[in-house]
Write a protein that binds this ligand. Structure first.
Ligand code: AMP
Ligand code: ZN
Length: 113
């Protein structure tokens, strides 16, 4: 847990969130500033700054399994969705705690930039 990390505070319950999914290792909640009809963030409960800092061999694949479960649970597995990970400054990463954006619930726009 990182003292001044917004997402660590969400994990600790110090900042409220609209939770979608939780297990021992991951938490998912609605993005406060949605970029699509459905915009969910999936985060590991351990504080890892971003994708580049991941050392764990299984964390990323587990995160994608969690995303599959959320897609079924929230009923956009069939219609489809997009997963985005911003890593570092050129990607505009704002919160320095690894997170997977899931965008869904509508026909999404152009893929990149
Ligand atoms: P990124 O630009 O990839 O770092 O994305 C950070 C995301 O976190 C943005 O989409 C924000 O809207 C979202 N966000 C920031 N603070 C909160 C919060 N307290 N609850 C939910 N989402 C948040
Ligand atoms: Zn954190």
């Amino acid at each position: 847990m990182e003292e001044n990390c917004v997402f660590c505070k969400i994990i600790k319950g110090e900042i409220p969130s609209k939770k979608v999914y939780e297990d021992e290792e991951f938490l998912a909640f609605y993005d406060i500033n949605p970029a699509a009809t459905i915009h969910i963030l999936v985060i590991p409960k351990v504080h890892i700054e971003n994708l580049q800092q991941v050392q764990d061999d299984t964390l990323i694949s587990k995160a994608y399994r969690v995303i599959q479960k959320i897609a079924v649970q929230e009923k956009f597995a069939e219609s489809g969705y997009r997963v985005i990970v911003n890593c570092g400054k050129d990607a505009g990463q704002e919160v320095m705690h690894l997170h997977f954006h899931i965008l869904a619930g509508e026909k999404l726009g152009p893929k990149i930039r």
